[in-house]
Design a protein around this ligand. Structure first.
Ligand SMILES: [Zn+2]
Length: 65
């Protein structure tokens, strides 16, 4: 508790994968993916419920789990 975590950016950007995968990982880690909750923050029209399970709001964490 109270500790900070330094993200190993070198590991992410140096990963041997497609740039789009590295970029999406960066978006997800920084909670910047265009999920319903983030679209709502920008006042973009969207359906707040997850389109896969129709159970709970779509968030980055829910999308990845
Ligand atoms: Zn869902």
């Amino acid at each position: 508790m109270g500790a900070t975590y330094q993200f190993p950016a070198k590991a992410l950007w140096g990963a041997k994968t497609e740039p789009k995968c590295r970029f999406f990982t960066w978006l997800a880690l920084h909670n910047r993916a265009l999920t319903a909750d983030n679209l709502a923050k920008k006042n973009w029209p969207c359906e707040p419920t997850c389109p896969l399970c129709y159970c709970i709001p779509e968030t980055t964490q829910h999308l990845l789990t």
